[in-house]
Design a protein around this ligand. Sequence first.
Ligand code: UFG
Length: 329
Amino acid sequence: MKYILVCGGAGYIGSHCVEELLKKKYNVVVFDNLVYGHREFVEDIPFFEGDLNDIDSIRNCFKKYNIESVMHFSAFAYVGESVIDPQKYYFNNVVNTLNLLKVMNEFNVKEFIFSSTCATYGNPQFIPMNEKHGQNPVNPYGKTKFFVENILKDYEKSYGIKHIIFRYFNAAGASLTKNIGEWHNPETHLIPLVLDAASGKRKNITIFGDDYNTADGTCIRDYIHVIDIAHAHILGLEYLKKTGDSDFFNIGSEKGFSVQEIISKCEEITGNKIERIIGQRREGDPDILIADSSKIKKVLKWKPRFSDIHTVIESAWKWQSKLNLLIKN
Ligand code: UFG
């Protein structure tokens, strides 16, 4: 039996990709160290608790399961933390990825799907951003992803590992069917924090700056539903299997919402008033980030099905109620 190995499959985006893979009847093994992942997110499929910093644990997993392709979601992704402690990011996101690729070489596994980020572009030179936008990451997190993207080009040339790279914009929302969703500790992302303010778990939400060059002065982002991201991964995997061509794609909804607009939408969907506090700018936040996703639409025939902002927030809200129960019990 051949397996798709999902590294980080107990995490937020990884677990949604597992859900989509299972719908497509792939055999899946989840590899996760459970530092940020949740064992509860992996149901009824093989789970291998291991760490990518321990190359023997990766080898043991490859020995145990006949792996045909790898999806790699395991990474640290707190931009602010990456500035304070870059070493943590370079080791976890780059060195550990090299371990994984090394074992792939040892076991002759040639298909790799990699989670990258719009943070590899750095400060936007034009909006919407397509894949031709120069890559000039401005923080260590973005650099780790940029470095791995480049490593993958060399590994393809020398070792024949084919890859698909996805550059996510702002992942948001939650599964409509399974008990999985965003569950970070600490949580730093806007939508879950705003919803916590709506449910009374937090008193208010601080808006990081209202003097940006946008209509209401708050930052604009492109929120893409995690199910649409997961679906792109299936299409990417199938494309790689069919054509053997490596490629890289943005995944974004191509629509932008300001922080103020997101809070208003959350008020509308939850029916609760949310107290807004205007705070300082957060370092490194560009005014606007919006994807041009025409390449993935054209090449992979992907289209976002759940990324209207209402569905994104409503699904996140439903998930948060479940999560609050889960945490209480
Ligand atoms: N924001 C607030 N208050 C908060 C939290 C966020 O005003 O309490 C604002 C941020 O300043 C930003 C927007 O809400 O303008 C979205 O912030 P998030 O933290 O939700 O998401 P980011 O845009 O910072 O981060 C995302 C991914 C990163 C990726 C980055 C690329 O989570 O992994 O996009 O820019 F690197």
